[in-house]
Write a protein of this length. Structure first.
Length: 268
């Protein structure tokens, strides 16, 4: 075999190897679930709207309304771009929840900036829940993280008798100071509640030591459980998304455990 023939064969083999590597990379990056993402803006109260990004997989098993932390302002654009709080635990894992088979509504704050614990805010979220029920007649769960637990707890208490919501998930709950979930009459909640908290959460308003108090106030729920998270990475402000407070580095573990619990406790 001549030199140039050998060189040609080597070039072909090199090209084939490159093609195989590209195909493998493509296979890894393709999502393992099919879902449709839309941006929805609902008129709620006079002159007020509630905007949310909705991710709908094929054959969803339940709907999750996700409440981010901080001031709750996601600044969702008309095209569905989330322009604020992108690193928030629930925001950055929204596709993971959809991959678990959940229809996911990532809600922004109402257009008038109603407070999380107000009846006005709760009414806006009610419109979102009713929208989801009409779209897919499946259980609806409220899922909050950090300041978002104020939203989830408040809404679930205010509409406890309506049977509109099927369960609540509270992650990194506000347990001290303004907006603490324990200031609501949690005994009114009569649906399953899952509490998730990192053992080493260093945020001053979400101390792990106060979690038993929260669990004790959930006196009327048919099921409740605490998932204690350990490990991961702790970086930056202890009350922000990249600290243990935001489950940095253990997101997939938390999503999986919560998903399993929600599915096991979901009823129509």
């Amino acid at each position: 075999m001549g030199f140039f023939e050998k060189l040609g064969r080597l070039a072909v083999l090199s090209c084939l190897s490159l093609i195989v590597r590209i195909l493998l990379i493509s296979c890894v990056s393709v999502p393992v679930f099919a879902a449709t993402t839309t941006t929805n803006t609902l008129p709620t109260r006079p002159g007020v709207t509630e905007r949310f990004v909705l991710i709908t997989p094929d054959h969803p098993v339940a709907s999750l309304i996700l409440f981010s932390g901080g001031d709750g302002q996601l600044r969702i654009s008309d095209h569905g771009d989330i322009r604020a709080s992108k690193n928030n635990f629930l925001v950055r894992t929204r596709d993971q929840w959809a991959a678990q088979g959940f229809q996911v509504a990532v809600v922004d704050m109402p257009s008038d900036g109603a407070e999380r614990d107000s009846y006005r805010y709760a009414q806006d979220i009610r419109y979102v829940a009713e929208f989801l029920k009409k779209k897919s007649n499946i259980p609806v769960w409220l899922v909050g993280t950090s300041r978002g637990t104020t939203s989830a707890a408040s809404v679930s208490v205010k509409f406890a008798v309506d049977s509109l919501f099927n369960g609540v998930v509270l992650t990194s709950s506000i347990l001290d100071g303004v907006g603490r979930v324990t200031e609501f009459d949690l005994s009114r909640i009569n649906v399953p509640v899952l509490v998730v908290h990192h053992r080493n959460d260093g945020c001053h308003v979400t101390p792990y030591a106060l979690v038993p108090t929260l669990l004790g106030l959930l006196s009327s729920v048919p099921a409740k459980e605490l998932i204690t998270v350990e490990g991961g990475n702790d970086s930056g402000n202890p009350c922000e998304a990249m600290a243990h407070h935001g489950y940095n580095g253990v997101e997939s573990v938390v999503v999986q455990k919560v998903s399993d619990w929600v599915k096991a406790h979901s009823t129509h």
